[in-house]
Design a protein around this ligand. Structure first.
Ligand code: NAD
Length: 352
């Protein structure tokens, strides 16, 4: 099949690109290569004849429309987005531009292309929009997000993704474009940007720096290994009901402090500190994020029943693989430290 992937040089998009290209599909990856995009994420497939990369901004409607015509995708997996909640608090405008207007642009280009297909091609076409459970807002101590839970986004990031989700649904309801939305919990695994929680814990620990944890670390997240998310998207694309949405979660809820402690234990086993102290000694609570959602937890029953999808990795197996990957890829893990510091694993310049 021919897949058009947006944001395929980011964390999850690149896992999708590697999966699809290695499975023999034709893949066109469109990415603007913002600070969050990195061509190293797709180096493993860069030379495959069934892979092509084009650097574009999804806001450039003329460029994107031409790419649709030339490549004639059978499916679009739309990952491109601004994704970091803290950045959305500092600079929300970018999130509205890329996540809302960028999704609008993708929908318009997809619709224009799709309208000219024959009926058989039209019914086989899929536009999969990759979204987040953060659109639902925050849970108390009880309950799970279901597909029917009302949207109540709290951060500018979550609000911009919610806006995009509404557009995607409307393009199905109004124009008939076969769209499906996945609302997924927190992902983790190889090639995640250093600013996100799990890479931050690992890199700060290795560098012997304080490991910052918001508030008292009591916020709860449901973690999903990135390859399990890609498998869910593939199942949604082939078996999902058009016009609907699927909640995708890892079946594991854990507080940030428990997660950080678990990662420190894995590091203790693999790379004991010279001073004999555990890495957990480095954990330091910092002022909480404004509007910090307390708990996210996903009910994935619909995905299990309709798609036969279940995560393969438990948090234990997934975290083990992830910690091993970051230890084996120090160039990625510590790549903003200067080389001497990387080699000696001393404090990085300007980061103490
Ligand atoms: P990421 O920040 O690692 O990557 C985003 C990618 O999009 C980058 O390669 C970036 O260069 C590209 N991009 C940004 N703006 C662009 C633009 N205007 N035009 C073209 N490309 C652009 O993000 P991620 O963590 O891989 O997330 C991918 C998608 O999955 C996002 O839509 C996000 O909302 C969603 N999601 C993420 C998680 C998670 O835990 N990471 C969970 C649920 C849903």
């Amino acid at each position: 099949m021919r897949f058009l992937i947006t944001g395929g040089c980011g964390f999850i998009g690149s896992a999708a690109v590697r999966y699809l290209v290695q499975a023999g599909h034709q893949v066109l990856n469109i990415d603007k290569l913002t600070y969050a995009g990195d061509s190293r994420t797709v180096a493993a497939v860069a030379d495959f004849p069934n892979y092509r990369f084009e650097r574009h901004d999804i806001l450039d409607r003329d460029d994107i429309a031409v790419l649709f015509q030339r490549f004639a995708p059978q499916a679009v997996w739309h990952f491109a987005a601004e994704t970091h909640v803290d950045r959305s608090i500092e600079d929300p405008g970018k999130f509205v531009d890329t996540n809302v207007t960028g999704t609008f642009t993708m929908l318009q280009c997809a619709l224009q292309f799709w309208s000219n297909l024959n009926l058989v091609e039209q019914s086989a076409f899929r536009f999969i929009h990759i979204s987040t459970d953060e659109v639902y807002g925050s849970l108390g101590d009880q309950g799970l997000f279901k597909e029917t839970t009302a949207y109540r986004p709290n951060s500018p990031y979550a609000a911009s993704k919610a806006g995009a989700d509404h557009l995607v649904r409307a393009w199905y309801a109004t124009f008939g474009l076969p769209t499906i939305i996945s609302n997924c919990s927190n992902n983790y695994g190889p090639f995640q940007n250093r600013e996100k929680l799990i890479p931050t814990i690992i890199r700060k620990a290795i560098a012997g720096q304080p490991i910052p944890i918001y508030g008292q670390g009591q916020n709860v997240r449901d973690w999903l290994y990135v390859n399990d998310h890609v498998a869910a998207i593939a199942a949604i694309c082939t078996k999902g009901t058009e016009g609907s949405s699927y909640n995708i979660g890892g079946l594991c809820q854990v507080s940030n402090i428990a997660l950080a402690t678990e990662i420190c234990k894995l590091l203790d086993e693999r790379r004991p500190r010279r001073d004999g102290q555990g890495y957990a000694q480095l954990i330091q609570f910092v002022a909480d994020r404004p509007g910090h959602d307390y708990r996210y937890a996903i009910d994935s029953t619909k995905a299990r029943q309709e798609l036969g999808w279940l995560p393969r990795e438990s948090l234990q197996t997934g975290l083990s693989k992830t910690v091993d990957w970051y230890l084996d890829h120090m160039d990625w893990t510590l790549d903003d430290l200067n080389v001497d510091d990387r080699l000696g694993l001393r404090l990085p310049v300007g980061q103490s």
